[in-house]
Every structure is written in structure tokens, then in C-alpha cells.
Design a protein around this ligand. Structure first.
Ligand code: ADP
Length: 623
């Protein structure tokens, strides 16, 4: 295969030039050439293309081999130059070689040219390769020097051979301070020793180690690096050096630590807040569960969020789901409308509402409630309010109110009757003064009735103040009953009633207020006498029933209808038959009886059949 060759010939003789070219062609070169014979021509030719070789005659009319050499040197081009000349002295030849010619060949011995040329080309080639390698190394080392990564090269024992700029900048050591020193100079004691051990084992085995290390600067500050470390090996695998490339990750680490700290802090805060909320919730639940008020929290759509047990027992299980079911528990349509309207007003107008209502509770009993409906903001997004429902049981309060109202009405009525009787009688007296004694008798009756009424009212008022039982003493019940019996016997006899008393002689003494207990027996016996027609029987007896003393007053009188039986112990209550029989009754006697017996810890009861008679029984515990 032909080797191509670019030859620049400096030769004044065309014949010689052809001769040289022929020799080279014969040696196997495919020649491209240019022949020049002046310095200007030579200079110009050097710039036109890249030449493999310059072949120059030594002595020419306008030029010499020395000029060729000088011009070539000045050009800075690395082209081998072989002097091809006629005979020159040995001395001159050495001089030429010293000046920079690669070789010289005698024109008379051109056979030497091809091998000389061959050698020069080879040398030029290897020069070029070396230059290229050198510039590459230079480039790499510049890159290494300017790299932002910290680079360190140590010998196999760890003694530093090289550090780059970044390394000296970060550590604060100069490269003179580091080179020749063991790399542990930058080691900190915060990195666990196992990590270094692991690193050495890895790199000594010829592998690459990656990991994070905390190192120490010259001024003592610590810094974090992410390190890649590996051995530099020869062909046979021997480690000649270690290369360590490190990224300064101090800032990243700082951010990581800070983030970690914030996260931990946040977690702790959330935990504390959660515990606080849980405690508050527990407390609220305790309050909700222990209060007697029925409480529920409803959303604006009517869904119930929370209820307490009192709410469920007042309004039922359904109402614990949705607020509208509260209406189900209400007593009548009027109240349903009232409460329904109030609920709507609370939800849409955020107005508090308060209504009194009656409900039928879960166990079927009726209750009066004071219902408070309070708007509550349930969420920031809902323009409508939720509702806090709070229902207080006011049944007792209402009972007292009702009782008072009836009591006053009854008292007024009962006072009005005798007063009307008095006025009528006075009017009649004016009209017919001659019937004086008859009128006075009637007036007397009305006044007695009024006095009785006042007396009963005073007794009741004292009973209400719990002032009645003041004088408790061990007494024999039989004695008191006997005294009352003795008082009433003549009146009964007058009415031809068969009145009898059958005391149980075995009665033990018990602790009683004699005065009040006598009042009880008086009331029962006087009722028996009053409400029993002439010639009928009244039977009074005492008995011992276990540890209870029983006093019974049984009559064959008018009796009491079953519909009135449960009311006769109420104040002012009088059955219609009694009103017809006994105009001047107050309706207070039995309520006084009940009160006094209650205060003695006893019980009073009645069994009666209308038109046949009644039996009142008092039971008093011995102890
Ligand atoms: P008063 O006798 O003044 O009406 P009480 O309180 O003593 O008031 O009695 C209440 C009512 O109980 C009477 O009005 C009457 O209807 C009924 N009553 C009480 N005792 C008897 C009795 N022995 N026989 C029938 N009815 C009675």
C-alpha cells in the first residue's frame, strides 16, 4: 500500500529535485510536493498546507540550509527537516544538526534518504502524540483545579499528594500545608469510627466508597461532605493512589436538620394540642352526661351532632338523629308550630329563642320544659347557624304555679260563699226585722263557717312551714281517740246514728304530737258524722298490725265516687255529693289530715263505695 507524503522541497536544481522524488516514489511513497528556491517562496509555501517533511538543499544561489532552518523555527511549525546536499564537511554537518535539522543526506548517497525520512516521520508522529497527551493532561488538571468539588489525592497510606482549590478554600488550609500530611488532618471525631473503617475496607478492596462524612476545617468548624472515594490503579491492579471527590453538603445538612427540628416541634405541638382538645372534650362530655338539662347540638341542616343522655330520655332516640324529631315529642299542634317556627328563626336569623312547651317523654309521662334554642356557628363556610338545644325540666315549678293559682281561686270562691250568705241574711234582716232570732241564727252559722275556713287555712299555712309537729311525746292512741269519740257521741246520738268505738287494749305507746293527732281524729270522725245519714252506723276501732298501729273510721254514709277518690286529699276538693249534704265544708280537712300523718311518718288511705259508706284508715309506725 502506498503511503501518501506531502513534501516541501527547497531546491534550486530541478534535476536534483526530480532525482529525490524518484528515490522516494520508488521507496513506496505517493508524493505531493512543492519546490521552492527563495526564502519568500518557502515562507509562503509553509502557510498553504500541512507538510510531512521539508527537504532542503544546503547551498543555493539565493538561499542556504541555515535560512531554511531559521525560517522553519520562526514559523513554530513542528515539521522535520532533512538537509539533502552535496558534500559538506563533517564539521558543518554537526553544526547543521545542532541548529535543529533532523538529519542530513548526501546527494551522492540518496539511498539513505528513505530510511532517514521514515525515522523522522515516526519521531514527528510520536512528538505530536506526546504533545497532544500533554495538553490533554493540562486541560484535565485545570478542570480538576477549578472544579467546585473538593478533590484530594493521597498515596496508598493516606498521605496527601494533591488537593484542589475548592479543597483549600473550604478547609482553610493551603495546599502547602496539606501536601505530605496524612489526610486525617481534616477528620472530625463526630463521624463514627466504624464509618472510616468501612471506607478503608472498601477502597483497599479496590471498590468505590460513597458516604457522608463530617470533616473539620483549619479553624475548627465542622462541615459535611458527600464523598466518593476510590483507588487509582495500574494495569496490574496495584493501587498507587486514592482519589477522593467530595461535595460540600453542610448547607443541605443544615436545612435538613432544621427541617427535622421544625417537623419534630410541629409534631409535638400537634400532640399537645390534641391532648388538650381531648381533655376539654372529656370535660365537656362529663358535664353533658351529668347534667339534668337535655342538651343537643344540631347542624343547620338539622342533623344532630351531639346529644347527652338527658336529651334522649326527654325527646326519644329518634330526636338524637335529627332535630325535627324534637317536634314529635311535643304535646299538641300549637306547640309543634311554635317550636318549629322558633327553630327556623334560629337557623336562618341566628336569633336565640326561648319557648315553654310540654313533651311526652320516653317513659310516657308528661313534662313541662323550658326550651332554649341558641344559634351556634358550626363552620366558617356555612352562612346558616347550627342550633344548641337546651331543655330544662320545669314540671315541678309549673305544678307549684298551677297549684297556687287553683288554691287562690278556690280560697276566693270559698270565702265568697259565706260572705254572700252574710249579705243576703243582713238584707233580709233589714226587710223583716221581726224575724230577728231566725236571722241571727243563720248569721251565726255563716260566721262559724268563715271562722272554720280561716282556722283551716291557718293550720295549713303552719303545716306548710313544717311548724306543726312541735311537741312529740309517748302517748296511747286509744286515749286520744276515746276523747274525740266522747265529744262526738252526743251529736251522733242526736242524729240517731249508731256510733261505736272498739279500742285494741294491746296498743303500745308511740311518739305523737297529741294536739295535732287529735285534730286528725276530729276531722275523720266529724266527716263520718257529717256525711252519714240519720240512723246509720259509724264504727271506730284501733288495732295492732305487726309494727304498725291502725286507726279505722268506718261509716255507712254517702260514700265517694271512684272519680273523686284520688282527689279528696287535695286542698279545697269536695265531691258534689258532699256539697249537697254539707253546705259549710271547707274541703281542707282531709288535706290537713294527710299533712299531719305524713309528718308523723304514717299513711292515710280510704276505701269507699258511693251510696254505701267509706272507711278511712290511718297507719302509724311504732318506731
Ligand atoms: P269537707 O268535709 O270540708 O268538704 P274534707 O277535706 O274533710 O272537706 O273532705 C273532702 C271531701 O271528701 C268531702 O268534701 C267529701 O266529698 C269527701 N269525704 C270526706 N269524708 C267523707 C266521708 N266520710 N264520706 C263521704 N265523703 C267524704
Amino acid at each position: 500500500m502506498m503511503k501518501s507524503l506531502h513534501v516541501l522541497l527547497v531546491e534550486d536544481s530541478e534535476d536534483d529535485a526530480l532525482l529525490i522524488l524518484r528515490v522516494l516514489t520508488r521507496a513506496g511513497y505517493e508524493i505531493t510536493y512543492q519546490r521552492v528556491e527563495t526564502p519568500e517562496g518557502f515562507r509562503a509555501a509553509l502557510g498553504t498546507q500541512s507538510w510531512d517533511i521539508v527537504l532542503s538543499d544546503y547551498s543555493m544561489p539565493q538561499f542556504s540550509g541555515s535560512d531554511t532552518m531559521r525560517i522553519l523555527l520562526e514559523s513554530g511549525l513542528d515539521i522535520p527537516l532533512i538537509i539533502v546536499s552535496g558534500a559538506i564537511g563533517e564539521e558543518r554537518a554537526v553544526e547543521i544538526m545542532k541548529a535543529g535539522a533532523s538529519d542530513y543526506v548526501m546527494k551522492g548517497n540518496l539511498a539513505r534518504l528513505p530510511p532517514a525520512l521514515e525515522r523522522e516521520l515516526r519521531e514527528a508522529e510520536s512528538r505530536r502524540a506526546r504533545k497532544q497527551a500533554e495538553s490533554q493532561v493540562q486541560m484535565l488538571s485545570r478542570a480538576l483545579e477549578q472544579s467546585a468539588s473538593l478533590v484530594m489525592i493521597t498515596d496508598p497510606q493516606g498521605v496527601i499528594e494533591y488537593v484542589n482549590q475548592a479543597f483549600t478554600q473550604v478547609t482553610g488550609y493551603s495546599s502547602e500545608e496539606l501536601v505530605g500530611v496524612h489526610s486525617r488532618v481534616v477528620k472530625s471525631d463526630t463521624t463514627p469510627p466504624e464509618r472510616y473503617e468501612q471506607m478503608w475496607t472498601t477502597i483497599l478492596a479496590g471498590d468505590t466508597w460513597r458516604g457522608e462524612l463530617q470533616n473539620r476545617k483549619k479553624n475548627g468548624d465542622l462541615f459535611w461532605v458527600e464523598t466518593v472515594m476510590s483507588g487509582i490503579k495500574t494495569h496490574d491492579g496495584t493501587i498507587t493512589q486514592f482519589l477522593s471527590v467530595q461535595e460540600d453538603i453542610t448547607e443541605r445538612k443544615r436545612l435538613e436538620t432544621e427541617l427535622q427540628r421544625y417537623t419534630t416541634q410541629l409534631e409535638r405541638m400537634v400532640e399537645e394540642r390534641t391532648a388538650e382538645l381531648r381533655r376539654a372534650k372529656d370535660q365537656i362530655e362529663l358535664i353533658l352526661n351529668s347534667t339534668n338539662d337535655a342538651l343537643a347540638l344540631a347542624q343547620s341542616n338539622g342533623d344532630i351532632q351531639t346529644v347527652n343522655p338527658a336529651f334522649v330520655s326527654t325527646f326519644g332516640d329518634r330526636a338524637a338523629q335529627a332535630i325535627e324529631y324534637i317536634l314529635w315529642a311535643l304535646a299538641n299542634e300549637e306547640q309543634i308550630n311554635l317550636v318549629g317556627d322558633a327553630l327556623i328563626r334560629v337557623i336562618f336569623d341566628s336569633d336565640s329563642k326561648r319557648v315553654e312547651a310540654q313533651v311526652t317523654t320516653k317513659d310516657g309521662s308528661g313534662k313541662d320544659i323550658d326550651l332554649a334554642l341558641i344559634p351556634v356557628r358550626m363552620s366558617d363556610h356555612d352562612p346558616k347557624s347550627g342550633v344548641l338545644v337546651s331543655a330544662r325540666d320545669i314540671t315541678q315549678l309549673k305544678d307549684i304555679e298551677r297549684f297556687k293559682a287553683r288554691f287562690v281561686a278556690d280560697a276566693v270562691h270559698d270565702l265568697a260563699t259565706p260572705i254572700a250568705g252574710l249579705s243576703t241574711r243582713l238584707y233580709l234582716l233589714q226587710r223583716a226585722p221581726e224575724k230577728l232570732s231566725e236571722h241571727v241564727g243563720a248569721l251565726q252559722n255563716q260566721v262559724t263557717h268563715l271562722r272554720q275556713l280561716l282556722h283551716d287555712l291557718r293550720t295549713l299555712s303552719n303545716l306548710d312551714k313544717n311548724q306543726l309537729i312541735s311537741d312529740l311525746r309517748p302517748l296511747n292512741v286509744n286515749e286520744i281517740v276515746r276523747r274525740v269519740f266522747d265529744t262526738f257521741e252526743p251529736i251522733a246520738v242526736d242524729k240517731e246514728q249508731q256510733i261505736t268505738f272498739e279500742p285494741d287494749p294491746a296498743l303500745p305507746e308511740i311518739s305523737l304530737d297529741a294536739h295535732q293527732f287529735e285534730r286528725v281524729i276530729v276531722n275523720l270522725v266529724s266527716n263520718a258524722v257529717n256525711y252519714t245519714p240519720n240512723r246509720k252506723a259509724i264504727h271506730i276501732k284501733t288495732a295492732l298490725d305487726g309494727d304498725t298501729i291502725v286507726v279505722e273510721v268506718a261509716d255507712q254514709g254517702i260514700g265517694i265516687g271512684p272519680e273523686h277518690l284520688s282527689h279528696i286529699f287535695e286542698r279545697f276538693y269536695r265531691a258534689p255529693q258532699a256539697r249537697a249534704t254539707q253546705e259549710t265544708g271547707t274541703g281542707l280537712g282531709l288535706s290537713i289530715v294527710k299533712e299531719i300523718i305524713d309528718q308523723h311518718g304514717g299513711k292515710v288511705s280510704v276505701v269507699s263505695t258511693l251510696g254505701e259508706g267509706s272507711t278511712f284508715a290511718i297507719r302509724l309506725p311504732i318506731q
